[in-house]
Design a protein around this ligand. Structure first.
Ligand SMILES: NC(=O)c1ccc[n+]([C@@H]2O[C@H](COP(=O)([O-])OP(=O)(O)OC[C@H]3O[C@@H](n4cnc5c(N)ncnc54)[C@H](OP(=O)(O)O)[C@@H]3O)[C@@H](O)[C@H]2O)c1
Length: 250
């Protein structure tokens, strides 16, 4: 089995990579930070899994497509690809920094499409494969301080729903992963209390199990999942009333 993790240098993607040691033949790890990629080859020691690393910036569409094509040429088949690259920065509603909106969408949404533009046709030609991406609970509904990040994550969730039926027809499995708060470089930026925050290793364990079971929707932790799934279906006046209470300390 060949597993590709995009955004494997830090955080959740890095921890997820560890879970696939001894679980696959080839583990292909991608990210921008060259030093970290070099270390991964030394650090991720396995008797049965060969580790390969490639440096790529998902926002550079030409280079991104080139590298994924090179990977396909080298490994022939990809069984599982997980898109973990992401960016977040909290910001004020009334101080709209266009560059920040562009960066967040470039990494979270268009970066994913740059990768999928090569991976999806490849999976179609293989007539098998499992494609996954980390979205967020923030994609379920609009939240304060999240007017750039939330919409980028909502776009990912909607995109997965859009391609699901065609992927089913071509024997391609999909998983959209929606974590709550996880300790990483991204959440270090938050100054507010983050309920049910978990270690990246624990999040990776839940994701690994969900991917193993080929679950379409991997949303956790359970407490946040219940709250967000209910909020999602409520009439908007009740939604805004509850979100105002739940986020009063943000
Ligand atoms: N932490 C949370 O609470 C939380 C909650 C819900 C969802 N998520 C999502 O989970 C995913 C992983 O986040 P994390 O918390 O693990 O953050 P992280 O520790 O900052 O890791 C982000 C990963 O994305 C890669 N990345 C960023 N920009 C990239 C680019 N332009 N090209 C290629 N790779 C890039 C980073 O590698 P390089 O810097 O080496 O490129 C790194 O490996 C993100 O999509 C995030 O939105 C996180």
């Amino acid at each position: 089995m060949n597993v590709l993790i995009i955004g494997a240098t830090f955080g959740i993607g890095y921890e997820l990579g560890k879970k696939y040691l001894d679980q696959c033949d080839n583990l292909i790890l991608l990210g921008r930070t060259q030093e970290k990629l070099k270390n991964l080859k030394l650090e991720f020691n396995s008797k049965t899994t060969k580790i390969s690393t490639f440096s790529l910036d998902v926002t550079d569409k030409i280079n991104c497509q080139k590298i994924i094509n090179e990977i396909i040429k080298e490994f022939k088949t990809i069984d599982l690809a997980v898109y973990c690259s992401g960016y977040y920065e909290p910001h004020d509603t009334f101080d709209i920094k266009l560059e920040l909106f562009e960066k967040i969408f470039a990494v979270n949404f268009f970066g994913m499409i740059n990768c999928f533009s090569i991976l999806l046709p490849h999976f179609k030609s293989q007539q098998f494969g499992h494609l996954a991406a980390i979205s967020s609970l923030a994609g379920f509904g609009g939240l304060p301080n999240s007017s750039s990040y939330g919409p980028s994550k909502a776009a990912m969730i909607n995109y997965f729903e859009s391609i699901k039926i065609d992927c089913d027809k071509n024997n391609i499995s999909l998983s959209i992963i929606n974590p709550g708060f996880v300790k990483s470089r991204l959440t270090e930026k938050n100054t507010f209390d983050m309920p049910f925050i978990m270690e990246a290793d624990k999040a990776a364990e839940i994701i690994f199990e969900g991917l193993l079971g080929k679950k379409y929707d991997i949303t956790f932790p359970i407490q946040m999942k219940i709250v967000f799934k209910i909020l999602q279906v409520l009439p908007r006046p009740i939604y805004f009333f509850l979100v105002r209470i739940l986020t009063k300390n943000i």
